[in-house]
Structures are given as C-alpha cells and as structure tokens.
Design a protein around this ligand. Sequence first.
Ligand code: ATP
Length: 608
Amino acid sequence: MAKQKAQPNANPDGEISSAYNVSKQDRRAAFRSMIAYAKPFRGRFALIFLCTLLAISADLLQPYLVKIAIDDNLMAGKNDYGMLVLISVIYLAFVIIGLVFTYLQNNMLQYVGQSIVARIRKELFAHISKQSMSFFDRFHSGSLVTHVSSDTETLNQFFTQVLLSLMRDGMTLLIIIGLMFHLDPMLAGYSMLLLPIIAGIAIGFRSYMRKVYQITRTQLSRLIAFTAENLAGMNLIQAFHQQKQQQQSFNEQNKRYFRSNVREVQTNVFFNRSFDILGNLSVAFIVWIGGMAVFERTMEFGVLYAFITYIRQFFQPINSITQQWNTLQSTTVSMDRLWRVFSIKPSVQDTEQPNAIKSGAIRGRIDYDRVHFSYTEGVPILSGLDLHITAGEMIGIVGATGAGKSSLMSLLCRFYDVQQGSVRIDGIDIRDIPQAQLHRIVGLVQQEPYLYSGSIIDNVRLFDESISRDDVIKACRFVGADNLITRLQDGYDTMLSERGSGLSAGERQLISFARIVVFRPKILILDEATANLDSYTEQLVQTALQIVSKGRTTLVIAHRLSTIMQADRIIVMRQGQIVEQGTHRELIERKGYYEELYSHSQGAHAVG
Ligand SMILES: Nc1ncnc2c1ncn2[C@@H]1O[C@H](COP(=O)(O)OP(=O)(O)OP(=O)(O)O)[C@@H](O)[C@H]1O
C-alpha cells in the first residue's frame, strides 16, 4: 500500500500548530526532511567524526598515562627518570593533539551547520514567495518571520551543538565505559548501576521539558507576530490613539513570554543540578569502594586515580547530552513548524504543459464563464458569474463593500483559482498560461501600492536590471510623475524607506503607474487606485490613468463613481452577482441599483 503523506495543519489564528498535536509519524517525517539537508555534507561529517575521535582519544588517554606513571613507575619503586620524561612528553603530545583536532572539528562543524541553515533559509523564502494568496490568508506574516529567522536559527544549533554533543559526548561515554571495564570490571559494574538512575531522571524530565519549550516558542512567535503587525499598522494605531491599548496587549504578551522563559530556565537549572549531585555522590561512592580495595591491596592506587578521573568525566558527557536536550526540544518544534510550511504546496500551480502565448499576439479579451468561487468551503462569493470583456475596453466595476469586486480581480490575477467555470484571456484558460507570463499580461495597481526599500528607479522597474534607467525616466514622464520626482533631493535616485513612507499617496500611485508603463501589461486592473487622494492629485492620477489605459483592457474598481463615469461599460455588482451593466448614462436612465449608488455618492459628495 502506498504510504500516506502526512499533511500539515494551521491554527485558525494563523500559527502553524505547535507540536502539542503532532503525531510521531509527522515528527519523524519532519526530522527526515530536515536531515536530508545535511546529506550533501556527508564527506565533511565523516571528517568531523574522525577529528572528534582523535580529539577524544587524546583527551581520554591522559589519565591512563598518569596511571602508568603511578603504578608502573612510582609505586613500583623503579624511579625510572627517562620513562617519566617520556610519559610527560607523550602527555603533552596528547594535549596538543586534543586541542588541534577539537579546533578543526569545531570550525568544520560551524561551517557545515551555517551552510545547511543558509540553504534551508533560502529555500524557505523561495517556497513562501511561491505560495498562493490562500496561504497568506492562513498564516500571519509575523509567524512566517519567526520561521525564517528564529526557527532556522534553532536548526543551526541542532546541526552545530546537538550533533556535536551526540557525536563527541556519545563517543566519549563509550570510550570511558570501555576504559573503566579494562581497568577494573567490578568497579565498572558498580558504576553501571548509575545508568538506570540517570535514564530515569532524564525520561522523567523529558515530557515536562518538551511542554515547557513548546510554550516558550509559541509565546515568542506570538510576541513577534504582534510586534510585526503593530509596526506595519503604526500610523493607524497613532491616528486612533490606540498606543495605550496596544502597549497593554504587548505588556501582557511580553509578561507571558517572560514567565515561560523563567520557567524554562528554572527547569533547566533543576535538571542540571540533579546531575551534579548525582556525579558527586558517585565519586564519593567510588572513593569508598575503591579506597577499601586499595587498602586490601586488591586494586592498585593508579587504577583508583584513573577511575575517579573517568567517573568524573563519565558525568560530563551525560550532562552535556542532557543539556542539549533543551536544544533538541526546541529543534523538534522548529523542525515540525518548518516542515509544515515546506509541505504546503501552492494551491495555484502551473499545469504540466502550460500554453505560453506569444507576447506580441496578446489582445486582451477577457471571459469569465460560469465562475463559481469561495474562499472557504460552503461560503460562496461568486456563483455562476458570466462576464465578457472585449480587448481594449475600459470597464468600471462598482458595488457595495463585500460585493465581490476585488475577488473578481484576484481571480484574473490567479491569486486564487475558480472552483467551477473558467477565466480566459484571448480564449485561453488562464490556468493553462504560465503564471510568470500571466503576471506580465495582467498589471495590478492597488489602493495602497507597495513600494520597497530602494531607489525610485528600482521601485519602478522592480529591481529588474534589464529595464534601463532611460526607460524608467521616460515612463515617469509619460504618466506625469517626472515633476514630482525631480523635485526630490536625489531625484530618481532618492532612496525610499519601506513601503515608500517618504512619499505622498498620490506620488506612490504615480510611481505604480510608471511601473505599468515599463512592464507594459496588456490588461490593467486598478483597485480603488484613486480612493485616498485629494482632488488635485486625483486629477493627476486620472490623467495618468487615461494615458496608461490607452490600448489596454482596463478594469477599474471604484467607490467614487466619478472615476469611472467615462468607462466604456460599468459593471454593477451585488452579493457576488452582476446585477446591471451599461454606460453611465444608460444605467442612470434605468433608475436601478446603480442610480441608487450614484445618488448616494452624490449625496455623500455634497455633504463632504
Ligand atoms: N481572503 C479572504 N478570505 C476569506 N474571505 C474573503 C477574503 N477576501 C474577501 N473575502 C470575503 O469575500 C467577500 C467579497 O469580498 P471582496 O473583497 O471581493 O469585496 P469587494 O466588493 O471588493 O469589497 P470592498 O469594496 O470592500 O473592497 C466579502 O464577504 C469578504 O469578506
């Protein structure tokens, strides 16, 4: 039977569900998928293993050398000076070998760990960028920021600290056990009685610690999400004087994160101290049992010395491995969360054999045929909608809030796929057009055009170096943005901050029009592009709109009906249906829903 692939879930609040409800099968799948990133570094890992083995052996043979010096020389009364010097030189050589190979092993491991995590981060960002809009409806940007930054960092700790500890401390433990049995099987046997006690403590803490780590990570993720959201909407918060309330919410989240962190630290300290106490008790036990054996001359003094050293060293790796338990806990949670993001396939994908249209041959006809669409199952937004737009037509789309105007446009951009029916451009189903080409055919100007940190030139050409500076300047002149830009201190090289906060809404809008001219899409969508503008800038943008819409099929969503009065056809939407269509004059004469909306808007205008 084919293995069923585990499918990830997301919390309704947009967080990828923590490991509370992750099955063992999921956890294994997550672990396997993350470990796969380490495979290309197999050779390096083998080298690291070799270095570790040499470093440990050099360290662990040191007490054995001292035992030889005590038992075979000093206690045996040989007083062989040459032999003592030789042992000291070998001891020194072991110290140097230990240092050199520890250094090499650490350096290599850090390099490998960073390389693996850099690759995961790169792929994660590429994966998120490829996702469809439905993905971003599900996941908060704050949670995604946590995955890209902090979860990948935790993974780095796994590849560097946890793997190193498992390798180094695991090997140390095995070699110590071997040496202890070699020195004195009876004493070694007694020491092994400690193992079940250690295992008991470790397992006892295990489930408790897992819970503690998950809570801390979830609190951190919430705190980051909250901060990111607040920073993004700071203007709104200030405009509505919500700073106090937001500060209060932040303080509560911060307090929760603080408490979970403190609990994590306390748990850790308690766990580590239990091990220290156990370690000291075992040394006392060995001194007692071994001391008696030395008195009874059934054991040599050098053996007891080496044994006490080894039993101390025996606890070090165990303590270190269990300390890594913390990291391992957060790593498994991070792995689960990353795997969940990686496992989500974009709901909108290119077909196996997409039908690329010759870019020069696109005319811009659009057909919506019996389109059914919903964001969530059972809540239809569009039911059997038909709309046919001829190439070059200018269409105005109006309707009350929530009528489905933006959804109609999102389908044309293929941010979502229709559930039934089809959307076609020049007769070709857009699901058959490669997405890269579709996004060149359909240009979108939103109410709040997004500007990136970078120069105006780069914002117009969207960092596409193949578009020349001259072309950008020509485009800006074409839409009437040139005057505004040249007035800025560095002209076209003015660096914009994130979202273009140094520019007015109208300036941002004109830059986004220049983008359209540069990228030359055959179909243009304007989603409330003039909604936020004063009447002077609106005039500028209207003129720019008339310029850029020439020779393009243009769809304009507008609440201000004045913006679309000149449209070739106006589509009136209500609850996901087209209820009327025609020119402004025809619709007014019909005295239907449009006329009602128009009178309302005139009334509002008059009041304004
Ligand atoms: N991402 C989404 N997930 C779930 N429901 C959504 C989503 N986007 C929109 N909706 C819902 O779909 C319906 C249509 O929304 P849409 O944004 O298309 O309307 P609209 O006419 O453009 O409204 P507005 O004029 O306010 O922008 C609304 O009920 C809205 O709540």
